[in-house]
Design a protein around this ligand. Structure first.
Ligand code: PEP
Length: 241
């Protein structure tokens, strides 16, 4: 069965003190969380331990925003799966467009990271999506299919989340039309061996449009950047109607 997963991606925002303040405001938002929804917060490395501790026993899982494929080694600035597991991490975002565009992440390194995450017992959230130029040229589908083909080589689809994140919709306020997001997510599902993979939509998700997004039959959740930084707004998102 497809799981509903509502995830926040804090990117490079919030100190530990700000994280604790968020948790205090966010906990009441979980009081009436409907059954069958999983909430995940993917936060900066320095916030992981404190978030795990302060959310212990709640319905919220902790996620990281990257993982290296080796367990240890001379990889300055990277982090390994055992290090993440030690501080209570369960999910990890891999192949976010900001990593692909700003930090040289490729389909090959995405694939290495996915396989290492799974081998260690972490659940990867694989991000795929096209640029505005690729969409305008009619290449959205082929770009996404290539990202899936290369990224998912040797990956176990039983322990995987995919986020469809059109790059032109990330942080721009320009949300993808919900029926178009639904169409692309349906196409992604058609390419998978396991039809029960949770597939999220991400790109300028806001409390005002969450009900419409989640009403789409192919969309199993959301990956939320900016709107996950504020407890009340993210609370409205996880409690979508
Ligand atoms: C993201 O960071 O994955 C994202 C979708 O950001 P935003 O919601 O701010 O567009």
């Amino acid at each position: 069965m497809r799981k509903i997963i509502l995830a926040g991606n804090w990117k490079m925002f919030k100190t530990q003190a700000e994280t604790l303040a968020f948790v205090q405001d966010f906990k009441p938002e979980l009081d009436e969380l409907p059954e069958g929804r999983e909430v995940v917060l993917c936060v900066p490395f320095t916030d992981l331990a404190i978030l795990s501790k302060s959310l212990h026993g709640s319905q919220v899982s902790v996620g990281a925003q990257n993982v290296h494929w080796e367990e240890t080694g001379a990889f300055t600035g990277e982090i390994s799966a055992p290090m993440l597991l030690e501080v209570g991490v369960r999910y990890v975002v891999i192949g976010h467009s900001e990593r692909r565009q700003l930090f040289g992440e490729t389909d090959e390194t995405v694939n290495f990271r996915l396989r290492a995450a799974q081998k260690a017992g972490l659940v990867p959230i694989l991000c795929v999506g096209e640029t505005k130029l690729q969409r305008d040229r009619g290449e959205a589908e082929s770009v996404i299919f290539q990202q899936l083909k290369a990224g998912l080589m040797g990956v176990d689809q039983a322990s995987l989340v995919i986020a469809y994140e059109p790059i032109w919709a990330i942080g721009t306020g320009d949300t993808c039309a919900t029926d178009e997001a639904n169409r692309i997510i349906g196409l992604i599902r058609s390419r998978l061996d396991n039809k029960d993979v949770t597939i999220q939509y991400g790109g300028s998700v806001k409390p005002e449009i969450i009900d419409e997004i989640m009403a789409q039959p192919e969309i199993d959740g959301v990956l939320v950047g900016g709107a996950s930084l504020e407890a009340k707004g993210f609370g409205r998102i996880v409690n979508y109607k």
